[in-house]
Write a protein that binds this ligand. Structure first.
Ligand SMILES: C[S@@+](CC[C@H](N)C(=O)[O-])C[C@H]1O[C@@H](n2cnc3c(N)ncnc32)[C@H](O)[C@@H]1O
Ligand SMILES: Nc1nc2[nH]cc(C(=O)O)c2c(=O)[nH]1
Ligand code: SF4
Ligand SMILES: [Mg+2]
Length: 241
């Protein structure tokens, strides 16, 4: 485990909701735009007072009772403040066995949102009963630098559609209309109730696209019958974790 903190969700459909973030190490992808250090570490950093920027280091592997104790403290300090728990990484679905163990108790404290790259459908299938929200990326080759894993995304989205789910597309300079069309078609086919979020790539702390470029992309996706939102990474602007 790499991080445990209480913040405000800065992306996707739960933007603005207070959440506890649990970040796990490791990833099966290497997106060119990735803003997160997910390398395994000997320590997990745990923010003390939320927003303080003061961390204590817990040695890895962290045991579940430590995590539950810290979350209970935050919930008691701020009654009713938290909406849910965000499980992120790295790619959290690489830790299927651990999550199978942990999720029943974590979900006893808060509803659970999974942040995922949408490439590990088998792992998702095993954890679905303990997930309330699934925020899935479709990884566009123009931004990641590697071909989009369309087949894995297809299988993944079929499963995610059994939960409250939305799809994030990180878009940026070079994103092709054909990519947007293919992603929108997949959503229409596999999860017609899901919203598609256009998330502009953040580069050097700024939005990498102009207003005109974002609106043009929004027009393409909306024209294909998908519910669409344009949402940037708000936590960066707020200066939050
Ligand atoms: C760090 S990832 C962890 C979860 C999972 N590995 C994934 O990619 O969905 C969390 C989210 O941050 C997004 N993200 C990472 N770097 C970004 C950037 N520079 N600009 C915009 N979004 C970014 C990812 O696309 C993903 O939606
Ligand atoms: N505030 C905040 N919102 C987020 N939404 C997704 C995040 C992630 O790294 O998965 C993230 C994050 O790291 N911080
Ligand atoms: S899948 Fe997520 S954590 Fe992994 S490299 Fe891409 S953005 Fe980063
Ligand atoms: Mg992040």
């Amino acid at each position: 485990m790499l991080e445990l903190f209480s913040s405000v969700q800065g992306e996707g459909l739960l933007i603005g909701c207070r959440q506890i973030f649990l970040r796990l190490a490791g990833c099966n992808l290497c997106c060119a735009y990735c803003d997160t250090d997910f390398a395994p570490s000997a320590h997990c950093r745990v923010e003390q007072q939320p927003g303080s920027g003061q961390f204590v280091l817990w040695p890895n592997p962290v045991a579940l009772p430590m995590v539950l104790g810290q979350i209970r403290d935050w919930l008691q300090q701020a009654p009713g403040a938290h909406h849910s728990l965000a499980l992120t990484g790295g790619e959290p679905l690489l830790h299927g066995a651990l999550l199978r163990d942990w999720l029943p108790q974590l979900r006893g404290l808060l509803p659970v949102q999974l942040e995922t790259n949408g490439t590990l459908p088998q792992a998702l299938a095993e954890l679905l009963p303990w997930l309330d929200f699934v925020a899935m990326d479709i990884k566009l080759a123009s931004q990641t630098g590697v071909p989009t894993p369309w087949a894995a995304h297809d299988e993944f989205l079929r499963l995610a559609a059994q939960r409250c789910c939305w799809v994030k597309l990180v878009v940026g300079p070079g994103t092709a209309t054909t990519e947007l069309e293919q992603a929108a078609a997949l959503v229409v086919q596999r999860a017609p109730a899901a919203t598609l979020v256009l998330q502009p790539r953040t580069l050097d702390h700024r939005c990498s696209l102009s207003a005109a470029e974002l609106l043009a992309m929004q027009t393409v996706v909306a024209g294909l019958g998908v519910e669409v939102r344009v949402i940037g990474q708000m936590h960066r602007y707020l200066g939050m974790l």
